[in-house]
Design a protein around this ligand. Structure first.
Ligand code: LRH
Ligand code: MN
Ligand code: MN
Length: 424
């Protein structure tokens, strides 16, 4: 199933008058708006293959129906998203939840939807039916070299699959850690993990990056072997120039100042990528911007400031990915909302008067600093993001068109009502 150009155009016609009025106002208000729109057009956010089905909790799962049953259908779903918003031009795979077989066919299907392959994710946090050793007590940290080797080999296999698909990064997230004091020798676990990562690092092709994702808790609840950005940075530094830290917004202890973490990792040249989501309590994996939109904006403020200071290209300098999952919303509608929230936060960060902010900082004019930031945050940037979308052939209102075209109903018609997509 594909969304046709004329369906989008008909929808956009109806929205045109209102949009033009709003955008004309923004054009008068904002200097340099064209430059901002150019940046928005280039900015693409990878969609996780595991977020296209209804998630679940350990208490239950309620299928929404019409979920993708294989990688081809996942690509098709992201193709639908990208046709609607023109900002979801990449997919991030999780192996073995995804099983790419015919690489050339998968690649050409993806490119028919204008999609690229972003970072590949390995999975050593679940046991697979055919594996020799269990990850119950860890993978790359395990006391038994046999287990570690199995996890190393899996990561190398994921790199091989990524090469075949044209990806250029591997994200390693480890559930490794301990549930009770005394269970683990912290230094032993760190050393084993480092040695294992070194073997994986050695298998990276030129131009590839490895992202070391940290997480403070869950599924282990006493210690995590890559528990915070300090530990991730330590691994990344010891590994070498191809290794970077990946920040998943849900992986911090409550109230952590994520924007400051982002700023310093960027300064050190060790920020590699993002998993966007939002949370209220833990790793809730909620829609980006649904709980703490100001935090998302403050993170983008640091990203824009820090990347500009280093002369980095916003679109290609880091890996931009969503990592979300949901129980009660249509996954595609939820992802449209996440992408929109990210684009809005990025736009608002681009609107900040940087010269004035720097001057106010130098003068210790705290109230002025806050005024400058909040002036940008309180700008209704929706018409700007909409303009970028319209110029690239997207829909004026992606969720509205998704509903008007009855896309979910059609997906249920072709795939069935009781579906289970692989993923969390
Ligand atoms: C762990 C995590 C990690 C996994 C994904 C499914 O909480 O954020 O990125 O790969 O969820
Ligand atoms: Mn993540
Ligand atoms: Mn997570």
């Amino acid at each position: 199933m594909r969304i046709e150009k004329d369906q989008i155009e008909a929808h956009n016609e109806l929205a045109a008058v209102k949009h033009k009025r709003k955008f004309a106002f923004m054009s008068e208000e904002i200097e340099g708006l064209e430059g901002i729109i150019e940046k928005l057009i280039k900015f693409q956010i990878a969609i996780p293959s595991w977020a296209l089905g209804t998630g679940g909790t350990r208490f239950g799962r309620f299928s929404g129906g019409g979920e993708p049953g294989n990688l081809e259908e996942k690509i098709q779903d992201i193709g639908l998203l990208h046709a609607l918003n023109r900002s979801s031009g990449a997919i991030s795979l999780h192996i073995p939840w995804d099983i790419p077989t015919d690489y050339d066919a998968i690649k050409s299907l993806a490119s028919s939807y204008d999609l690229k392959f972003d970072a590949m994710n390995s999975n050593t946090f679940q046991d697979q039916a055919d594996q020799a050793y269990s990850y119950k007590f860890g993978s790359l940290q395990h006391v038994d070299k046999g287990v570690r080797q199995q996890a190393i080999d899996h990561n190398i296999e994921v790199i091989r699959q990524g090469v075949a698909l044209g990806s250029s990064a591997l994200t390693v997230w480890l559930a490794d850690g301990s549930c009770f004091p005394g269970q683990l020798n912290f230094r032993g676990a760190f050393q084993n993990t480092l040695e294992s990562l070194e073997e994986i690092y050695a298998a990276l092709p030129d131009e590839w990056k490895i992202f070391v994702e940290y997480k403070a808790f869950e599924p282990n609840f006493y210690s995590t072997t890559v528990g915070d950005w300090g530990q991730s940075l330590l691994y990344a530094t010891k590994l070498g120039p191809k290794a970077y830290t990946l920040v998943d917004l849900g992986h911090h202890l409550p109230n952590a100042n994520i924007e400051q973490i982002v700023s310093l990792l960027l300064m050190e040249g060790k920020l590699g990528g993002f998993h966007f989501n939002d949370s209220k309590y833990g790793d809730d994996d909620l829609t980006a911007g649904s709980m703490k939109p100001y935090q998302l904006f403050l993170i983008f403020n640091e990203l824009v400031e820090g990347m500009d200071a280093k002369g980095m290209d916003h679109a290609t300098g880091l890996g931009w990915m969503i990592d979300a999952s949901h129980n009660v919303k249509d996954p595609l509608e939820d992802l449209i909302q996440s992408v929109e929230a990210i684009m809005l936060a990025y736009t608002q960060a681009l609107l900040i008067d940087r010269k004035a902010l720097l001057a106010a900082q130098q003068e210790n004019d705290v109230a002025k600093c806050q005024e400058i930031l909040q002036d940008a945050f309180r700008t209704d940037a929706r018409a700007i993001v909409q303009e970028a979308r319209l110029r690239t052939g997207g829909a004026a209102n992606p969720i509205q068109l998704f509903r008007e075209l009855k896309i979910r109903e059609k997906l249920i018609g072709s795939r069935g009502l009781k579906t289970v997509a692989t993923g969390l």
